[in-house]
Structures are given as C-alpha cells and as structure tokens.
Write a protein that binds this ligand. Structure first.
Ligand code: ZN
Length: 380
C-alpha cells in the first residue's frame, strides 16, 4: 500500500508538471497510453472538458445476439469474451474516453437468479480483465462498475445486509484490478446509493461517479427529488453526480438542469437513446401504438430510437448547461457515441466514416454524379 501511495504521489507530481507545461484544448482527442493507469485521471480530464462514457453494454450485446433480454446477465463474458472486448473497442473507436468494466448485473443476486452464483468471482474478474486490457491499450480510463441490486428494501435489515455484501465484494474485485475510478449506476433508491458509495469509500480512494435512474415518478423511490438526492451524494463524497438510464434526453434534461443548479461538483447525464415523452417518461413505460399499445421494453423499442442528430443535440445542450460527464445508456450503439463526441467538437477515429452525402448516387453534389440520377432525386 505504501509503495502504491508513493507511486500515486509521483504520478500526481508528474501530472501537475505536465499540466503546467502543456496547454490542452478542451476537447482534444486523447493519445493512447500504455502505462499502468490512465495518463490523466477522471478529475483532471473533467477539469479540461467533457468526459464521454459509453454505457448500455447489455442492450447492445443483446442486439448482437450474445445476451438474453430479461435477466440481462452478461454471461457473454465467459462464452464470448472476444465480443465484449470488441464492443469496448468499438465504443472507444467511436469516442468513449472510458472503458467501463461490464460488471453491470454480475452481482450475487443476479447470478443467483440464473443459477450461476459459483461463477461470481471469476465472472467479475473476467469483465475487469477485458476492460482493463482495452483501457490500457487505448489510453482510456478504466472504470469499475456497481449497480442496482434489485433487492434493496429500506425496511428489511436482512436485505440491506445482502446489498452491503454485494457492493463490498464487487468493489473489492475492482480495487484488486486497479480501476481508475468507480461508477455506481442505475440506482433508484438514495439509501442504496449511500450503501454503494460507502462500500467504494471503504476500500478505495479513486474518484466516484454516482448516477440515479429515474422511473416514471419525478422522485426517487425513497421520496427525494433527483436534485436533493444528488446534493446528498455530493455531501457524502461523490465526485460526480447525476442521472443515467431509464429516461431519454427529452425527459432527463429538465432534471439534469435542476441537478446542475443544486450541486457544486461535476454532473453526469447518460440518457437512453429513446424518444420518451412527458406521458411516458421512462423507456420501460413506452407503449407502441403500432402493436396494440403493448409495452415496447425491452425488445420492441426500435421505433422509439433517437437519431444521431438527436443525440448530437443532447450533447450540445448538456455541455452548454455545464454538464461534463456525458454518455448514452441502454440502447446506445457506437453511432450514438460518435454523434455525442462530434457534438463536443471532437473527431474520434470513427468520424472518418461520418455521413458525407456529397457523393451519393441521388443526393450528391459532386460533379461526377450524373444528371440522370440527380434529376430523379424527388422520386427516389
Ligand atoms: Zn441503461
């Protein structure tokens, strides 16, 4: 531990020396680092500008045919680790500054539910190993992740004990892997978020991001508004607070605005890429008029998908509000992450393939496009 603290102090000195000698523009693309640990930590990067964090891994893996909707447990970590690694790389290629370990729903409660509790430790370690490899290869931040347990009940001391155990052990594996910072996400109870933050603080000194997930009600399940809940998390020592998942940009932004005003620390906004409405503010509440108004979640959400330009607009709006920790959650594909990066004025590697219609066979403007095609444009 002492040696680690020493080397940490050394890195901190090196970092501040670099900060003095180099003027870094707010949204400059990151250069790859192959050292032990990301070259600049989360808080240093947030000071310079935005940090983009791709989330929503389980939804994307479900779409790709490697994960079952319902339990949403990423057994793919064992069955096809190469697919998980590639998805991490796809998100980095598209502009994510973070490689977040896919430990979402790799907790004791979920594994018990699918009869794989014995795989708990190796599955967490597999997720952390894969993410760390990509993070260190690409110079992105390596984030540990803990999430909603689905058993938290403020009136059940036994359940609270089990939640504490779940957080404690998952945090332990992430600390062992050497994460650069922690994310505690998709929490609908302030009480559960407090337990998550406590577990992180007990075992680690790295920064922590805490994000709540808002269902249809404008309050968390224990009655607090998201702004109050975030203020409480800031007071408890979270470095970044905000919202992720459940709500699309349209129904998340008003709450983000309140949170930005309520706290002094950095704010996070990671909506789902779906067109939620005031009447159906969460993606679980969306119903599809084309299909007898059935619940669209989780496998029928496609017609509600936000376009790249909607995610671009969300990125612009959130950044202008002063929100620095940005991402997209369940439903996000690399194209959304690229749109978000471009909204911040960045040009990630994937931007080499961003839409350019000038050479399109009907809508192009290039003089090599034949008149016979462009004249037919309105009928195409
Ligand atoms: Zn999500």
């Amino acid at each position: 531990m002492a040696a680690r603290a020493k080397s940490k102090a050394k890195t901190a000195r090196a970092k501040s020396a670099r900060a003095k000698s180099v003027r870094v523009s707010a949204n400059r693309p990151r250069r790859a680092s192959k050292g032990n640990g990301a070259e600049r930590g989360l808080l240093a990067r947030l000071k310079e500008g935005a940090v983009i964090c791709a989330e929503g891994y389980v939804f994307e893996l479900e779409r790709r045919g490697y994960l079952q909707a319902g339990a949403f447990v990423p057994e793919v970590l064992f069955e096809h680790p190469e697919v998980v690694e590639q998805l991490h790389r796809d998100f980095v290629h598209a502009g994510s500054d973070v490689t977040q370990a896919l430990t979402y729903y790799v907790h004791r409660e979920k594994l018990r539910l699918i009869g794989r509790e014995k795989d708990l430790a190796p599955m967490n370690r597999a997720a952390l190993r894969i993410a760390k490899k990509v993070a260190r290869d690409t110079g992105t931040l390596f984030a540990g992740d803990i999430c909603n347990t689905n058993i938290y009940d403020p009136n059940d001391p036994q359940a609270i004990k089990e939640v504490e155990r779940i957080f404690e052990e998952q945090v332990g594996w992430a600390v062992e892997a050497g994460v650069d910072y922690f994310v505690a996400e998709t929490l609908a109870w302030v009480g559960e978020a407090e337990l998550a933050l406590k577990a992180i603080k007990r075992q680690s000194k790295v920064p922590t991001v805490v994000t709540f997930a808002m269902h249809q009600e404008p309050i968390l399940r224990d009655g607090l508004t998201p702004a109050e809940a975030c203020r409480r998390m800031e007071a408890a020592g979270a470095d970044v607070v905000g919202l992720n998942c459940h709500r699309g940009p349209a129904t998340m932004m008003p709450m983000i605005r309140d949170i930005r005003q309520a706290v002094k620390c950095h704010v996070a906004a990671l909506p789902v890429p779906y067109r939620t409405t005031p009447q159906q503010p969460s993606f679980m509440s969306l119903t599809d008029p084309c299909c007898n108004n059935q619940r669209a979640f989780p496998a029928g959400l496609d017609p509600f998908m936000a376009t790249r330009s909607e995610i671009f607009a969300f990125g612009r709006e959130a950044y202008a509000l002063g929100v620095r920790y940005l991402g997209v959650c369940c439903g996000a594909g690399p194209h959304h992450i690229r749109a978000l990066a471009e909204a911040l004025g960045r040009h990630p590697p994937a931007s080499r393939y961003s839409v350019d219609m000038s050479k399109h066979s009907f809508f192009g403007t290039d003089k090599m496009i034949r008149r016979i095609q462009t004249d037919y444009r309105d009928k195409a």
